[in-house]
Design a protein around this ligand. Sequence first.
Ligand code: TMP
Ligand code: ASP
Length: 243
Amino acid sequence: MEKLDLFLEGRTKRLYRTDNENFLILEFKDNATAFDGQKKGKIEGKGAINNQISSHLFKYLESHHVATHFDRSVSPTEMLVKKVEIIPIEVVVRNVVSGRMVTLYGWKEGEELKCPVVEYYLKDNSLSDPMINESHVMAFELAEAEEVKALNRIARKVNVILRPFFDRRELLLVDFKLEFGRHKNYLLVADEISPDTCRIWDKKSKKKLDRDRFRKDMGGVKDAYQEVLTRIVGAESSQSVIT
Ligand code: TMP
Ligand code: ASP
Protein backbone atom coordinates (compact mmCIF):
# COMPACT_ATOMS: atom_id res chain seq x y z
CA MET A 1 0.00 0.00 0.00
CA GLU A 2 1.51 3.35 -1.04
CA LYS A 3 1.30 6.37 1.26
CA LEU A 4 0.03 9.44 -0.59
CA ASP A 5 -0.82 13.01 0.49
CA LEU A 6 -2.11 14.30 3.82
CA PHE A 7 -5.89 13.84 4.16
CA LEU A 8 -6.56 15.28 7.64
CA GLU A 9 -4.46 16.56 10.52
CA GLY A 10 -5.62 16.63 14.12
CA ARG A 11 -3.82 17.66 17.30
CA THR A 12 -2.25 14.28 17.99
CA LYS A 13 -2.65 12.36 14.72
CA ARG A 14 -2.42 12.70 10.94
CA LEU A 15 -4.32 10.76 8.30
CA TYR A 16 -2.80 10.13 4.86
CA ARG A 17 -4.47 8.89 1.71
CA THR A 18 -3.18 5.66 0.17
CA ASP A 19 -3.39 4.23 -3.34
CA ASN A 20 -6.44 2.27 -2.16
CA GLU A 21 -9.44 4.56 -1.57
CA ASN A 22 -10.74 2.28 1.20
CA PHE A 23 -7.66 2.65 3.38
CA LEU A 24 -5.82 5.49 5.12
CA ILE A 25 -2.55 5.61 7.04
CA LEU A 26 -2.98 6.89 10.60
CA GLU A 27 0.16 8.48 12.07
CA PHE A 28 0.51 9.11 15.80
CA LYS A 29 2.34 12.37 16.61
CA ASP A 30 4.33 13.14 19.76
CA ASN A 31 2.11 16.16 20.49
CA ALA A 32 0.19 16.18 23.75
CA THR A 33 -2.89 18.34 24.31
CA ALA A 34 -5.50 18.85 26.99
CA PHE A 35 -8.44 21.09 27.84
CA ASP A 36 -9.59 21.39 24.23
CA GLY A 37 -6.15 22.25 22.96
CA GLN A 38 -5.52 25.09 25.44
CA LYS A 39 -2.65 23.14 26.93
CA LYS A 40 -0.03 21.90 24.49
CA GLY A 41 3.19 19.93 24.80
CA LYS A 42 5.39 17.40 23.13
CA ILE A 43 6.41 14.05 24.56
CA GLU A 44 9.23 12.48 22.55
CA GLY A 45 8.33 8.89 21.69
CA LYS A 46 4.64 9.09 22.67
CA GLY A 47 3.46 8.59 19.08
CA ALA A 48 5.31 5.28 18.74
CA ILE A 49 4.09 4.08 22.15
CA ASN A 50 0.46 4.97 21.43
CA ASN A 51 0.63 3.35 17.99
CA GLN A 52 1.81 0.11 19.58
CA ILE A 53 -0.71 0.20 22.42
CA SER A 54 -3.60 1.00 20.06
CA SER A 55 -2.51 -1.65 17.54
CA HIS A 56 -2.32 -4.26 20.25
CA LEU A 57 -5.72 -3.37 21.73
CA PHE A 58 -7.43 -3.25 18.32
CA LYS A 59 -5.98 -6.69 17.46
CA TYR A 60 -7.14 -8.02 20.81
CA LEU A 61 -10.65 -6.64 20.25
CA GLU A 62 -10.76 -8.08 16.71
CA SER A 63 -9.83 -11.48 18.18
CA HIS A 64 -12.93 -11.09 20.37
CA HIS A 65 -15.17 -10.28 17.41
CA VAL A 66 -15.26 -6.50 17.81
CA ALA A 67 -14.88 -4.86 14.39
CA THR A 68 -12.35 -2.02 14.33
CA HIS A 69 -10.80 0.17 11.63
CA PHE A 70 -7.37 -1.40 12.29
CA ASP A 71 -5.74 -3.33 9.46
CA ARG A 72 -2.05 -3.54 10.39
CA SER A 73 0.87 -1.63 11.79
CA VAL A 74 3.00 -0.18 8.98
CA SER A 75 5.76 1.70 10.82
CA PRO A 76 6.66 2.48 14.46
CA THR A 77 4.27 5.45 14.44
CA GLU A 78 1.74 4.44 11.77
CA MET A 79 -1.08 1.99 11.24
CA LEU A 80 -3.10 1.18 8.15
CA VAL A 81 -6.81 1.70 8.84
CA LYS A 82 -10.05 1.32 6.94
CA LYS A 83 -11.42 4.67 5.80
CA VAL A 84 -14.57 5.44 7.77
CA GLU A 85 -17.13 8.20 8.07
CA ILE A 86 -16.70 9.24 11.71
CA ILE A 87 -19.91 9.52 13.74
CA PRO A 88 -19.62 12.82 15.70
CA ILE A 89 -20.32 11.19 19.06
CA GLU A 90 -17.69 10.34 21.68
CA VAL A 91 -18.78 7.35 23.72
CA VAL A 92 -17.31 7.25 27.23
CA VAL A 93 -17.46 4.17 29.47
CA ARG A 94 -16.64 4.52 33.17
CA ASN A 95 -15.88 1.86 35.77
CA VAL A 96 -14.42 4.08 38.49
CA VAL A 97 -15.17 7.70 39.46
CA SER A 98 -12.68 10.20 38.02
CA GLY A 99 -12.46 13.31 35.82
CA ARG A 100 -15.81 14.84 34.89
CA MET A 101 -17.63 12.54 37.35
CA VAL A 102 -15.86 14.37 40.16
CA THR A 103 -16.31 17.90 38.78
CA LEU A 104 -19.93 17.36 37.66
CA TYR A 105 -21.39 15.27 40.48
CA GLY A 106 -18.91 15.73 43.31
CA TRP A 107 -18.37 12.01 43.66
CA LYS A 108 -15.17 10.78 45.20
CA GLU A 109 -12.31 9.96 42.85
CA GLY A 110 -11.41 6.27 42.91
CA GLU A 111 -14.81 4.98 43.99
CA GLU A 112 -15.80 1.91 42.02
CA LEU A 113 -19.16 2.24 40.24
CA LYS A 114 -21.78 -0.44 40.95
CA CYS A 115 -22.19 -0.90 37.20
CA PRO A 116 -20.44 0.67 34.19
CA VAL A 117 -21.74 4.08 33.11
CA VAL A 118 -22.00 4.85 29.38
CA GLU A 119 -22.15 8.49 28.30
CA TYR A 120 -22.30 10.33 24.98
CA TYR A 121 -20.54 13.57 24.10
CA LEU A 122 -20.88 15.69 20.99
CA LYS A 123 -17.56 15.58 19.14
CA ASP A 124 -17.06 19.33 18.83
CA ASN A 125 -14.00 20.82 20.49
CA SER A 126 -15.16 24.40 19.89
CA LEU A 127 -17.98 23.59 22.35
CA SER A 128 -15.74 21.52 24.69
CA ASP A 129 -17.49 18.27 23.73
CA PRO A 130 -20.79 18.82 25.60
CA MET A 131 -22.61 15.83 27.08
CA ILE A 132 -25.64 14.67 25.10
CA ASN A 133 -28.18 11.88 25.44
CA GLU A 134 -29.94 9.55 23.02
CA SER A 135 -32.72 12.00 22.24
CA HIS A 136 -30.20 14.69 21.28
CA VAL A 137 -28.62 12.15 18.94
CA MET A 138 -32.00 11.48 17.32
CA ALA A 139 -33.14 15.14 17.26
CA PHE A 140 -29.94 16.30 15.58
CA GLU A 141 -29.72 13.22 13.35
CA LEU A 142 -26.20 12.43 14.52
CA ALA A 143 -26.87 8.72 14.08
CA GLU A 144 -29.73 6.31 13.38
CA ALA A 145 -31.64 4.74 16.29
CA GLU A 146 -30.18 1.33 15.44
CA GLU A 147 -26.68 2.82 15.39
CA VAL A 148 -27.07 4.33 18.88
CA LYS A 149 -28.11 0.92 20.20
CA ALA A 150 -25.08 -0.60 18.51
CA LEU A 151 -22.69 2.07 19.88
CA ASN A 152 -23.93 1.37 23.39
CA ARG A 153 -23.74 -2.41 22.97
CA ILE A 154 -20.27 -2.37 21.40
CA ALA A 155 -18.89 0.11 23.97
CA ARG A 156 -20.09 -2.15 26.81
CA LYS A 157 -18.64 -5.18 25.06
CA VAL A 158 -15.27 -3.43 24.67
CA ASN A 159 -15.34 -2.74 28.40
CA VAL A 160 -16.16 -6.37 29.21
CA ILE A 161 -13.20 -7.45 27.07
CA LEU A 162 -10.64 -4.83 28.07
CA ARG A 163 -11.27 -4.56 31.81
CA PRO A 164 -10.11 -8.12 32.59
CA PHE A 165 -7.31 -7.74 30.01
CA PHE A 166 -5.95 -4.77 31.98
CA ASP A 167 -6.70 -6.42 35.31
CA ARG A 168 -4.51 -9.42 34.43
CA ARG A 169 -1.71 -6.91 33.90
CA GLU A 170 -2.28 -5.32 37.32
CA LEU A 171 -3.88 -2.28 35.66
CA LEU A 172 -7.24 -0.69 36.43
CA LEU A 173 -9.27 0.54 33.47
CA VAL A 174 -10.92 3.55 35.12
CA ASP A 175 -12.65 4.93 32.00
CA PHE A 176 -12.17 5.30 28.27
CA LYS A 177 -13.49 7.08 25.20
CA LEU A 178 -14.37 5.42 21.92
CA GLU A 179 -15.15 6.81 18.51
CA PHE A 180 -17.03 4.93 15.82
CA GLY A 181 -17.05 5.12 12.05
CA ARG A 182 -19.24 3.82 9.24
CA HIS A 183 -17.53 1.68 6.62
CA LYS A 184 -19.57 -0.11 3.94
CA ASN A 185 -22.67 -0.58 6.14
CA TYR A 186 -20.56 -1.67 9.11
CA LEU A 187 -19.89 0.18 12.36
CA LEU A 188 -16.23 0.05 13.29
CA VAL A 189 -14.42 1.16 16.45
CA ALA A 190 -12.15 3.87 15.06
CA ASP A 191 -9.64 6.52 16.20
CA GLU A 192 -7.33 5.16 18.93
CA ILE A 193 -7.39 3.39 22.28
CA SER A 194 -4.39 4.54 24.29
CA PRO A 195 -3.41 6.33 27.50
CA ASP A 196 -4.42 9.52 25.65
CA THR A 197 -8.04 8.32 25.52
CA CYS A 198 -8.29 6.08 28.59
CA ARG A 199 -7.67 6.45 32.30
CA ILE A 200 -5.42 3.62 33.41
CA TRP A 201 -4.14 3.26 36.99
CA ASP A 202 -1.76 0.81 38.58
CA LYS A 203 -4.12 -1.59 40.36
CA LYS A 204 -2.37 -1.54 43.74
CA SER A 205 -0.75 1.87 44.08
CA LYS A 206 -3.47 3.66 42.01
CA LYS A 207 -0.69 5.55 40.25
CA LYS A 208 -2.06 7.33 37.17
CA LEU A 209 -0.54 5.98 33.95
CA ASP A 210 -2.41 8.12 31.42
CA ARG A 211 -2.98 11.61 30.02
CA ASP A 212 -3.98 12.94 33.48
CA ARG A 213 -0.22 13.10 34.17
CA PHE A 214 0.01 15.67 31.37
CA ARG A 215 -3.26 17.44 32.24
CA LYS A 216 -2.20 17.85 35.89
CA ASP A 217 1.53 18.49 35.31
CA MET A 218 2.45 15.36 37.24
CA GLY A 219 5.54 14.62 35.11
CA GLY A 220 6.74 11.19 33.98
CA VAL A 221 4.24 11.05 31.11
CA LYS A 222 6.42 9.03 28.75
CA ASP A 223 7.51 6.58 31.46
CA ALA A 224 3.87 6.01 32.44
CA TYR A 225 2.80 5.33 28.83
CA GLN A 226 5.83 3.05 28.38
CA GLU A 227 4.84 1.18 31.54
CA VAL A 228 1.37 0.56 30.08
CA LEU A 229 2.90 -0.68 26.80
CA THR A 230 5.36 -2.94 28.60
CA ARG A 231 2.63 -4.50 30.69
CA ILE A 232 0.34 -4.90 27.67
CA VAL A 233 2.74 -6.46 25.20
CA GLY A 234 5.48 -7.73 27.50
CA ALA A 235 8.93 -6.28 28.10
CA GLU A 236 10.60 -8.01 25.16
CA SER A 237 8.52 -6.77 22.24
CA SER A 238 8.29 -3.19 23.52
CA GLN A 239 12.09 -2.73 23.50
CA SER A 240 12.04 -1.29 19.97
CA VAL A 241 10.25 1.92 21.00
CA ILE A 242 12.73 2.82 23.74
CA THR A 243 14.86 5.48 22.11
P1 TMP B 1 -13.78 12.98 31.29
O1 TMP B 1 -13.77 12.49 32.71
O2 TMP B 1 -12.94 14.20 31.08
O3 TMP B 1 -15.17 13.14 30.75
O4 TMP B 1 -13.09 11.85 30.41
C1 TMP B 1 -13.55 10.53 30.42
C2 TMP B 1 -12.62 9.64 29.60
O5 TMP B 1 -12.74 9.92 28.21
C3 TMP B 1 -11.15 9.82 29.92
O6 TMP B 1 -10.52 8.56 29.82
C4 TMP B 1 -10.64 10.74 28.84
C5 TMP B 1 -11.49 10.38 27.67
N1 TMP B 1 -11.78 11.50 26.79
C6 TMP B 1 -11.00 11.69 25.67
O7 TMP B 1 -10.09 10.93 25.40
N2 TMP B 1 -11.27 12.76 24.88
C7 TMP B 1 -12.28 13.61 25.12
O8 TMP B 1 -12.48 14.55 24.35
C8 TMP B 1 -13.09 13.40 26.29
C9 TMP B 1 -14.22 14.31 26.62
C10 TMP B 1 -12.79 12.34 27.09
N1 ASP C 1 -10.20 15.68 25.54
C1 ASP C 1 -10.16 17.09 25.64
C2 ASP C 1 -8.93 17.61 24.90
O1 ASP C 1 -8.19 16.86 24.34
C3 ASP C 1 -10.17 17.54 27.07
C4 ASP C 1 -9.28 16.73 27.96
O2 ASP C 1 -9.52 15.53 28.01
O3 ASP C 1 -8.37 17.26 28.59
O4 ASP C 1 -8.67 18.74 24.87
